[in-house]
Design a protein. Structure first.
Length: 327
């Protein structure tokens, strides 16, 4: 596409993220390309600059700049049968509208310049075009656990809307350095991105900082290994990049196995461990009926941490934030 166009957001796309809106129309674009176009101001919403995670409203005008052409039909590499089998092995739940995967640690959700194997590519196992499932939220590359997708445009829009309106309850498990006091509560601490590329970090910020974004995390201590390590349940009330990792570091109790958001104490406890963060449970409205409750078994990386510090996953309440939970 070589010309600038203005497109309108459909009513069924209310609440959809800008980057996902683009991916639905031009699936050959990757996350890095969309990020560059927004950062340079070439993509605009209602005449203003916007970020990839901007939530769109029905009727909004999106400026679409000239985009790179899609590769010719047949040029895109077919999915290897082994990758197809691998993708299908990740399924936690599937019906005609919803697909839920148990994303392994180390597998990126979307591709980039140096990332050729990722969840978005593996979705070709379900077909292309309208039959291809659509991402509605993300997990960090090294975070394992529940990842939900919409199998139709309408289902994807409704699932995205549930996340945008905070109707999706996400529960993460994490092993952190030390013993947080208090053992439960809510951390309300704005965050801002600093740096670029691989050196980009999310750090606490003054609410008046123009780059600051509101960020809230609810936390509960499930168990502890003396004063060395605590097993925490974390519930992000907002969906900022690296929010849980940055918030736990700000509390002085970084997540083990995290080379980016760690300190000297966590480094000493993390030897040989990968990131100890797992998207354990997700509860949200089904696009057409009832409520979905999705739970992912522990990854091999998390099992290694549990074994080292003597935690038993069966000790945890399924809903650690509920009023009737065990103390």
């Amino acid at each position: 596409m070589r010309e600038v166009r203005t497109l309108f957001v459909d009513a069924s796309e209310e609440g959809v993220r800008l980057d996902r809106w683009f991916k639905r129309r031009w699936p050959h674009l990757n996350h890095i390309q969309i990020q560059k176009l927004t950062r340079s101001g070439q993509i605009r919403v209602d005449g203003s600059r916007a970020k990839p995670d901007t939530r769109l409203t029905a009727g909004a005008q999106v400026r679409v700049p000239p985009l790179p052409d899609a590769p010719p039909a047949g040029e895109k590499a077919r999915l290897d049968p082994r990758d197809t089998a691998f993708a299908k092995s990740l399924v936690l739940y599937e019906d005609e509208e919803v697909l839920a995967l148990n994303k392994p640690a180390g597998l990126a959700v979307q591709g980039g310049t140096k990332t050729v194997r990722h969840v978005d590519r593996l979705l070709s196992a379900w077909g292309e075009g309208l039959t291809r499932p659509r991402l509605v939220h993300r997990l960090d590359r090294d975070t394992s656990g529940v990842l939900v997708l919409g199998k139709t445009p309408g289902a994807a829009a409704k699932l995205s809307g549930a996340f945008a309106r905070r109707r999706a309850q996400k529960t993460y498990w994490a092993l952190v350095s030390g013993f947080p006091k208090p053992g439960e509560g809510v951390l309300d601490l704005p965050l801002a991105k600093r740096g670029m590329g691989d050196r980009e970090l999310v750090v606490p910020a003054d609410p008046k900082d123009p780059d600051a974004e509101a960020a809230e995390t609810e936390f509960v201590t499930i168990s502890r290994a003396g004063s060395r390590v605590a097993w925490m349940a974390l519930r992000p009330r907002t969906g900022r990049t690296h929010q849980l990792r940055a918030h736990m570091l700000a509390m002085g109790h970084p997540i083990l196995g995290d080379p980016k958001y760690g300190n000297e104490a966590s480094a000493g406890l993390s030897e040989g461990l990968k990131l100890q963060l797992h998207a354990r449970r997700l509860v949200l409205p089904h696009p057409s009926r009832g409520t979905l409750t999705l739970e992912a078994p522990l990854s091999a990386e998390m099992k290694a941490g549990f074994a080292r510090f003597g935690f038993d996953e069966h000790e945890a309440d399924p809903e650690p934030f509920g009023p009737g939970r065990r103390r």
